[in-house]
Design a binder for this molecule. Sequence first.
Ligand SMILES: [Zn+2]
Length: 288
Amino acid sequence: MPNIKTFLTYALIAVSLLVIGLFTYHNITDEKKHEHYKPLEAHNSCLALNYHRIRSGTLYERTLKLMSNSNELNRYNVFKDDFEAQLKWMTAHGATFVSEQQLEESYKTQRFPAGCVWLSFDDGDETTYTNALPILKKYHVPATVFVIAGQVGNKDFNNIKLATWTELRKMKDSGLITFGSHTYNMHELLDNKPIFNKVPAAEFKADLLKSKATLKKELGIDAKSFAYPYGNANDKTMNVVEQAGFDYAYILAPHAITTDNYRSLLNRIMVDDETFERQVKEWKGFKT
Ligand SMILES: [Zn+2]
């Protein structure tokens, strides 16, 4: 029978782990902003949902999430069971899950299928492979992963473990996953601004072309689309993305994609638990 000493030892270990966890997440933490949710455009539109991490949701992770206001655990993460529940809910409410190619064809012909939903994952971290892919397979839902081509396989990219090329190839072989660029190596901030907003246009363009060439070499694909790291673009960065030959580029904005949404500034909604409950579920494109 465990005695009080054993119990105290375990309690001490648990508290230490929590403290270590809180410090680990500290440098990618800032205050969670409660957004005011506006209704999403529902007529002839498509919901582009963007995810980052799909963490396992262990008791430890869930406790950390509750105890900290870590953006990494709250904003940039949906736990795997919750992700599955989201897919189930959308399926039950008439979602038509489309691939990026189907989305683009609908955009060109200016007719989106009823309940159009497209999923994307930014960064291509390991949880996309270990946790999201099995669920996507289970429900036959296609998705696009935007890869930081020069960082693939990095075990510590700002505390995030990125998937390897082997894992990305397995995702591709599933037949459900396509890929786009998330820069070669410009997913970082300089003076609190995305670095690609600060460097000369030629430098950004060279990075983008390198990301395309690397995706071609490693995955055998022609990347046609780009997701802006941090979700914003200005005219200068948008022009460079177009000059680098991307047909479509995605920002993060709380709107559905409509036919008049410009091709290099297409809206994606960043999903967390709260956004899903308060905004996505309210979309009139879903059946009640
Ligand atoms: Zn990113």
